[in-house]
Design a protein around this ligand. Structure first.
Ligand code: HAM
Length: 414
């Protein structure tokens, strides 16, 4: 077969998803809940293009992401462009650009689509949607507490119980102290962070081997009583968030975090993975010039969120929801008659679809059900001023004028 006759596959590109209408029901439920809770904490929504100049990521974010995981290409003007793998550099860029006009501290959120060239597996795809919530312009530990409180409130807003997840917190300031004390000459902090971040994924021998290459003496990761983490934990418990604990193994992959870092894990043994992660990054905006603006935030992905909700049976059982009414017609009436009635009904603020097929009446009614309509309005030969209004949930039929039909539908909407 030559190229001209080879048909394109109907499969999506490897590692990315198609969202059919029934998938969008779940997707919208997740994103609407995210927005509602973020806004209940006073966060404002922002967005940006998914294209960024590649240099944005060279400057500061995780080396692994920069080198191995971005989709980067040259545009027609020979500029290097990257499909954003995370939102943090973008939001730091936006805040830095308007730093003189913005009223700090800012509470900002967004739900971007992100792209990482990863090996696709459960919970990890090449594309995902990620809720980002960040506070800019506060050094106060109250901002750290607020961010973790918000993350935990989002999980409980989906119906999760305290025991369904655990919050693990560490402080990189302590960690950086340990690293700089013990690192050999020429060793990089980024390498050290990478090693610590991979601790749970590699063997003890492998870990010890790399550790001895990087450090004079093994790192001591025991809890530091003076760490700000203890204040965070104390304040969280006063707000009723009691499932948080100090975990010195939480390191996070990105190099830009400067202080508190945290992740939230599912406690179910079948889904033991990180649902979200974040922390304090006080220097990132400094990249763009001027004094750095302190920041703290987190990112929560839709893929792991959906797995979490499924694992704990927290997804509401709603199918696709169609128009309130579907106008169908027998063969004495035309699709144009149906469309005219739909227009009149829509003008009254009621969603309406009308038949555009030559299907038989019975098949049109089945289609109305599949489309998730609440009612079908049947146009037939018998009467030009009265129609049959069929409630599709129980199939009861009433004879109504157009005004009576509208009144019934409006009362249903309330
Ligand atoms: P991250 O840990 O790389 O952090 O991602 C945050 C969350 O996004 C993960 O916990 C996971 O739920 C989801 N996620 C990440 N990569 C994938 C993937 N390949 N497939 C599916 N889900 C994924 C960040 O991105 C930081 N920029 C978050 C942040 C915001 N820190 C401060 N503010």
């Amino acid at each position: 077969m030559n190229d001209e006759t080879k048909k394109p596959s109907t499969e999506p590109y490897r590692g990315v998803r198609d969202f059919y209408p029934e998938d969008m029901v779940v997707q919208r439920y997740i994103q609407d809940t995210w927005s509602k809770v973020a806004e209940s904490f006073g966060f404002h929504r922002y967005d940006a293009s998914l294209l960024e100049p590649a240099e944005l990521y060279r400057a500061k974010s995780s080396e692994e992401i920069v080198n191995d995981q971005t989709y980067t290409f040259r545009d027609r003007g020979d500029r290097e462009v990257t499909l954003r793998p995370e939102m943090t550099p973008t939001v730091a860029r936006m805040v830095a650009q308007r730093r003189r006009e913005l009223a700090f501290p800012l509470r900002w959120y967004s739900i971007p689509n992100l792209f990482r060239y990863e090996r696709a597996q459960r919970g990890r795809l090449r594309e995902h949607w990620q809720l980002n919530c960040d506070i800019f312009g506060s050094h106060d530990v109250a901002a750290d507490v607020e961010i973790i409180h918000l993350a935990s409130s989002i999980l409980t807003a989906f119906g999760a119980k305290d025991t369904d997840f655990e919050i693990r917190i560490n402080d990189r300031a302590t960690l950086f102290g340990e690293i700089s004390k013990k690192i050999k000459d020429g060793g990089s902090t980024a390498e050290a962070l990478k090693l610590l971040d991979s601790k749970a994924k590699i063997s003890a021998e492998q870990y010890a081997q790399t550790e001895s290459e990087l450090f004079h003496t093994p790192l001591s990761l025991s809890p530091d009583v003076n760490s700000g983490v203890h204040t965070v934990l104390h304040e969280l418990s006063k707000r009723g968030v009691t499932t948080a604990s100090y975990d010195p193994s939480i390191v996070r992959g990105f190099t830009y975090y400067t202080g508190m870092v945290f992740e939230i894990f599912d406690t179910n043994p079948e889904n033991r993975r990180s649902l979200l992660g974040g922390g304090r990054y006080d220097n990132l905006t400094g990249l763009f010039g001027g004094d750095p603006i302190p920041a703290v935030g987190f990112g929560m992905g839709d893929v792991t969120m959906r797995d979490f909700l499924e694992t704990h049976s927290l997804l509401p059982a709603t199918g696709i929801r169609g128009p309130v009414v579907y106008i169908v017609n027998d063969d004495t009436k035309t699709t144009h008659d149906a469309a005219r009635i739909a227009t009149t009904i829509r003008a009254r603020g009621i969603s309406a679809a009308s038949n555009v097929s030559d299907k038989k009446l019975g098949d049109q009614l089945k289609l109305a059900e599949r489309a998730g309509a609440g009612f079908a309005l049947i146009l037939s030969e018998s009467d030009d001023t009265h129609f049959e209004l069929k409630r599709l949930s129980d199939r009861t039929v009433t004879k109504v004028s157009l005004e009576e039909c509208i009144a019934t539908l409006l009362s249903e909407l309330q």
